[in-house]
Design a protein around this ligand. Structure first.
Ligand SMILES: [Zn+2]
Length: 175
């Protein structure tokens, strides 16, 4: 499913202030200068901290979906290396550094109703010893068994990633 465009076409060139062509919503050339506004998904990194068959989720302390659960992670900075951004987000939200384990999956979603299109890339991680405590835009951290996840997980991309993780963990379960 395509995740984009609740986004209305932009009106004015951010370089020179002239009108942008609005014929194509995702590629808008300026009518005066050489600038072209390409709309694209915002890259995000999702961390899935593991402890055996348990995964750490974060309760959202901000809108959208205030109070719902989501994965630890967030938007990459401009030009930021993906795995550095992943580790930065884990540290910011949990207070713990982490070791990156495995690529899990990548999928598209939208940030909130009418929000920006995003592209989320998920890795499993191992938290390093530290004082685990919710920080930044997180109100609570809790370990969930992969077979007993909460119902109110905010984003479809997170739900799909957790399903991939569950399949992965079951395949590697001893016995
Ligand atoms: Zn322009």
């Amino acid at each position: 499913m395509s995740a984009h465009p609740h986004l209305p076409p932009y009106r004015y060139c951010p370089v020179c202030g002239a009108a942008l062509d609005r014929a194509e919503p995702l590629r808008q050339p300026c009518t005066r200068c050489d600038f072209i506004f390409y709309h694209s998904s915002s890259p995000c990194m999702g961390a899935l901290p593991l402890d055996g068959s348990r995964v750490l989720l974060a309760r959202r302390g901000i809108e959208p979906y205030l109070g719902s659960w989501n994965t630890v992670g967030g938007f990459l900075g401009y030009g930021e290396e993906p795995l550095e951004g992943l580790q930065r987000e884990v540290l910011e939200e949990t207070g713990c550094a982490c070791r990156v384990l495995d690529f899990i999956t990548q999928n598209a979603d939208v940030y909130g109703s009418g929000g920006t299109a995003l592209l989320n890339t998920y890795y499993s991680v191992e938290l390093l010893p530290g004082d685990l405590a919710p920080q930044d835009d997180v109100s609570e951290l809790r370990w969930f068994d992969i077979d007993e996840l909460p119902d109110d997980i905010a984003f479809a991309c997170d739900r799909r990633a957790l399903e991939v993780l569950r399949t992965r963990l079951q395949a590697h379960r001893p016995g």
